[in-house]
Design a protein. Structure first.
Length: 425
């Protein structure tokens, strides 16, 4: 098996035009220090904290969840690697929080891949970085064709990283050794990736863009609870009756409460498709429910009375939820030409020119400016349209300062002198 101790980043290796190192891929199958034990005792946690505090440089951090198996998005394993400290695998379920680890990394830059996925569950454990480098976002800004961790590792280091356990049930105890090896390898080369991406972004003149993005992610508030989360039930768009909609809500809420009590993924108790089917059929008894799509099989029988009770409660409601909720977003752009031709001209012109700017910067358009931001601005532009008012409107909608510097002149000119709409066939 190959470990990173067997592979050294070769600065002299030939590079392609996009910064990738041209070499034969090598399978990365073994952590350089071997597979660590899982820390699940207080003395072990204190040793980990001491070692990490004594390390040098940034810390690679990752977390594994079990959202397809357990309720919520909490972390079931936290992986940390730092030069001089080695790799540590920590079981957060064994502790009331990991504040001691957070303290040991005070002032240390954390390297995460797709940080927005892991920062919320790490924050639940009392872990928040003082500085951040997101290798996934950096790869996007650098214009890499693929930005998954395995792809970026191949791109920069010539190493093939296995991802076969990414969807595993990380709540399982004890965790199998192959899973622990996989988890350790996820933080094994984050430091090297950071160095490669930093160098490439510097060459492209985009490192300041990236650092501004990282800080915005680090300091952004954690997402709060969604309003009416039951309205996100898959297939709910096919419901056209308010009583049926109330039934979707009742079934969704009952499923959510049961999933939370049992600490299991809601979809394992009752799939969304079954909720929608029951709302359309409105069965009045257990036998009727069990004939409804999604409720067949012996596993459906034990909880069938629970679902029937929820349906009956919805049938008795006097106050029913509205079929639609107020929405401040503009209509879909396909309707703009008829409803607001001037807005359509603004959007078409600005969108094309912002896209060209993103192409010149070699990054996805959505990383230069969120499409929703441009749509809202085109539908309701500032009055009067000036460079200053456009800058203020972009800033109000959450655009970063670097995005404003690049896009506000483009948008201002496009809004003041939009091109005609294409002729209809």
């Amino acid at each position: 098996m190959t470990s990173t101790s067997d592979f050294k980043y070769d600065d002299a290796a030939p590079e392609s035009a996009d910064g990738s190192v041209e070499r034969t891929l090598v399978d990365l199958t073994e952590p350089r220090d071997g597979v660590p034990f899982v820390i699940d005792t207080q003395p072990g946690l204190e040793r980990a904290a001491e070692a990490l505090a004594a390390g040098t440089g940034p810390a690679g951090v990752d977390a594994e969840r079990a959202s397809g198996f357990r309720y919520g998005q909490r972390a079931f394993l936290v992986q940390i690697r730092r030069e001089g400290a080695g790799t540590w695998l920590i079981d957060p379920e064994a502790f009331s929080g990991l504040e001691i680890i957070n303290e040991s990394l005070s002032g240390v830059e954390w390297i995460l891949h797709a940080a927005m996925q892991d920062l919320p569950c790490l924050a639940e454990q009392g872990m928040r970085p003082d500085a951040l480098f997101d290798t996934e976002l950096a790869a996007r800004l650098a214009g890499l064709p693929k930005v998954g961790l395995a792809a970026v590792v191949e791109h920069f280091l010539g190493l093939r990283l296995a991802k076969e356990h990414s969807a595993a049930d990380w709540s399982k105890r004890p965790l199998p050794e192959p899973w622990l090896r996989y988890a350790a390898l996820d933080v094994e080369v984050l430091d090297e990736l950071r160095d490669g991406l930093t160098e490439l972004l510097e060459q492209q003149g985009k490192l300041d863009f990236a650092l501004e993005e990282f800080e915005a992610i680090r300091t952004s508030p954690l997402p709060g609870p969604r309003e009416d989360p039951w309205r996100r039930t898959s297939g709910i768009h096919s419901i056209r009756d308010r009583r049926q909609l109330a039934t979707v809500r009742a079934l969704w809420e009952e499923r959510e409460n049961l999933a939370q009590r049992r600490d299991t993924a809601p979809g394992k108790l009752l799939p969304d498709a079954a909720i929608v089917a029951a709302a359309k059929a409105m069965p009045s008894s257990v036998p009727e429910l069990l004939k409804t799509h999604g409720f067949a099989g012996r596993a459906a029988k034990p909880e069938a009375p629970r679902w029937v009770t929820a349906i009956q409660s919805a049938k008795k409601l006097r106050s029913l939820p509205p079929l639609t909720v107020p929405n401040t977003a503009p209509p879909p752009p396909r309707f703009w030409a008829d409803r607001n031709p001037e807005a359509a001209r603004r959007l078409n012109t600005a969108r094309a020119r912002v896209g060209l700017a993103a192409e010149k910067l070699n990054m996805p358009t959505e990383n230069l400016l969120q499409p929703d931001t441009l749509r809202r601005l085109a539908w309701t532009p500032p009055e009067p349209i000036t460079p200053e008012s456009v800058e203020a409107a972009l800033r109000e909608r959450g655009a970063r300062e670097w995005q404003i510097r690049v896009t506000s002149p483009i948008i201002t000119v496009a809004f003041l002198d939009p091109e005609p709409l294409p002729e209809k066939d």
